[in-house]
Design a protein around this ligand. Structure first.
Ligand code: ADP
Length: 442
């Protein structure tokens, strides 16, 4: 939504203001204690504290409207953005007034506010803020000139009381005001261009997503058709291989065995492709509460026979105190089983595979590690891409779909979690998954 971007930027401004307040207090302190200029320090500190206070109020208010999602949130967001900048301009004018007025070289700090206004607001609104700044400035200079407000001279920094010098006042005000408008114009031009670019990138992204969806639908349909035919071929091969249609000679047996093996592998690949395409196309997956501990145990049972056959024992460090978590149990079990199966597959005989599950407050951390072949460093960034298989894995194990990890990534992302790998070639790998316990907390 449109206001979301603005809220983000307002938060950025609030963070920036904390830095600015600290900077102002430090500068005033240095001027007071080290440079030893004589200025009214009390109002300077007071203004800094007031800036900090209204920043805190804005921080709390933004959090409140974000949480409540009020119907007029867009209007409120715009008002806050405008109000914040106007308050900042007023605060800066007050700081400048108490520290030399027109003689203070920091008057050009108004430019920063013009840049910020142009990033946050429309061009019209940023020109309005430039007008505010110009008015505050002229008012300050005028009131000081006519002695309605006291002037605090920067003694030791400027030679004479420049604030009474008409030529200086006119020259500086002219330079200052034109700079304000030019800065607002330039920054808003850049900002408009960037916003346009952002919009077109978003549109392009939506288009790509749509194309991806069409491609996935196509893959789903074709793969489904292929699966039916392959299953039919498999059901023809089986009776022949089992000798139900007569005894085969050894050459025939060998050929039919190889045809059977290839068909099984193809069916496995097609099933993986169908699974990943289905999850990609499904808008929502059904989330229910389930026991992660039991799910991990079931996944281990699935992989155990293969591990035992390779002399690998799967050691477990599972925090059994983890309660129920919310998610799609079948997918989570498949993901854990997939990672365990990979560890077994890519670890030499007698190696070690370990599963750890830890409680991290609202999150759970699942880690599957092994001391197997590892993944070459330069191939790590591609490892979760569809069909990607690392070179060392292909050398060790010819069969593989390259779909398991991208399926795992899809599942984890659907649960609003994170999956990553740490690995060193020849030493082993650690696959980690961080999942939120309750999807409603997001
Ligand atoms: P597959 O195992 O079928 O090739 P995956 O998508 O499951 O496909 O894995 C992708 C690639 O990631 C593997 O081909 C392999 O290069 C690498 N990989 C995954 N798990 C491990 C592991 N535990 N140790 C080493 N490499 C791994």
């Amino acid at each position: 939504m449109k206001y979301e971007g603005l809220l983000e930027r307002i938060n950025w401004l609030i963070r920036l203001r904390w830095i600015a307040v600290t900077g102002v207090i430090l500068t005033v302190f240095v001027v007071q204690k080290i440079v030893r200029l004589s200025l009214p320090f009390f109002p300077l500190y007071l203004i800094s504290i007031l800036i900090g206070l209204y920043n805190l109020l804005f921080f709390l208010y933004v959090r409140h409207i974000r949480k409540k999602q009020l119907p007029d949130i867009e209007t409120r967001t715009n008002v806050i953005a405008n109000l914040q900048i106007a308050l900042d301009l007023f605060a800066l004018t007050s700081l400048i007034h108490f520290s030399g007025g027109i003689e203070n070289p920091f008057i050009f700090y108004f430019i920063f506010h013009m840049i910020i206004a142009s990033i946050l607001l429309s061009r019209r609104a940023s020109f309005l803020q430039a007008t505010f700044a110009a008015c505050f400035f002229i008012l300050m200079v005028g009131l000081e000139y006519f002695n309605i407000l006291d002037h605090y001279c920067l003694k030791g920094f400027v030679v004479n009381d420049l604030y009474m010098n008409k030529v200086y006042i006119f020259g500086t005000s002219f330079a200052f005001i034109t700079t304000l408008y030019l800065a607002a114009y330039m920054a808003s031009s850049i900002s408009i261009r960037l916003k346009d670019r952002e919009k077109s990138l978003k549109e392009a992204n939506l288009l790509l997503e749509e194309k991806d969806r069409i491609k996935s639908e196509y893959v789903l349909r074709v793969t489904h058709d292929i699966k039916e035919h392959i299953s039919a071929i498999q059901s023809c091969i089986e009776p022949v291989a089992e000798g139900m249609l007569g005894e085969l000679n050894s050459g025939q047996k060998d050929l039919i065995r190889r045809a059977g093996e290839r068909t099984s592998k193809l069916i496995f690949f097609i099933k993986a492709l169908l699974d990943i395409t289905r999850i990609k196309l499904s808008k929502d997956i059904e989330m229910k509460e389930f026991s992660l501990v039991k799910t991990a145990e079931s996944a281990i049972i699935l992989v155990d026979p293969k591990a035992k056959a390779k002399g690998i024992s799967i050691s477990r460090h599972i925090n059994i105190g983890i309660g129920l978590i919310k998610g799609a149990q079948v997918y989570v079990e498949e993901t854990i089983a997939n990672l365990l199966a990979n560890s077994v597959k890519y670890t030499p005989r007698g190696g070690k595979v370990e599963i750890t599950i830890e409680d991290k407050d609202n999150l759970v951390l699942i880690q599957i590690s092994d001391n197997g072949i590892g993944i070459p460093k330069n191939e790590l960034p591609n490892i979760f891409n569809e069909f990607y298989r690392a070179t060392n894995a292909k050398e060790l194990e010819r069969d593989g779909t390259g779909l398991g990890l991208s399926m795992a990534k899809q599942v984890v992302e659907r649960h609003h979690g994170r999956i990553w790998v740490d690995s060193e070639e020849g030493k082993g790998s650690i696959f980690s998954i961080m999942l939120p316990k309750k999807q409603s907390l997001l």
